[in-house]
Design a protein around this ligand. Structure first.
Ligand SMILES: [Zn+2]
Length: 127
């Protein structure tokens, strides 16, 4: 896939940013890097990556297929990181709704580091 700018909005090219994580050539070094790469995985519809970076205790009911469908059913526009620390990231992803209007979510996700790998654990949603 040829994407000049990484979908996560880092300003880097995709192949110098989130793609190496998606290809398992590199491991996301921080919770924020993992969060960005998961957002980018939604944009490029990489259901396997979304499944595999979800904590093992949270995978039930989240199949690779379900992630793929969810990714394909939403047109993600951009990502704003609000705040990030060691194991949480607060962020706002923008997307297009079915009426082609821009909407935004607001979530604070928590992540867990296990055996040197970060995993998405759960999310707190602001309304
Ligand atoms: Zn990226």
């Amino acid at each position: 896939m040829n994407i000049t700018n990484c979908p996560c909005g880092s300003g880097l090219s995709y192949n110098n940013c989130c793609q190496p994580y998606h290809l398992k050539a590199k491991i996301a070094p921080t919770a924020e890097a993992l969060m960005r790469s998961r957002y980018a995985a939604f944009v490029v519809a990489d259901g396997d990556y979304l499944f595999e970076t979800t904590h093992v205790s949270k995978r039930r009911g989240n199949s690779k297929d379900a992630y793929l469908k969810s990714a394909r059913n939403t047109k993600w526009l951009k990502l704003n990181i609000v705040a990030a620390d060691f194991d949480t990231v607060e962020f706002k992803p923008f997307y297009l709704n079915k009426k082609f209007q821009t909407e935004v979510l607001h979530e604070k996700s928590s992540f867990r580091l296990e055996n040197g790998k970060w995993f998405y654990f759960d999310g707190l949603f602001y309304s």
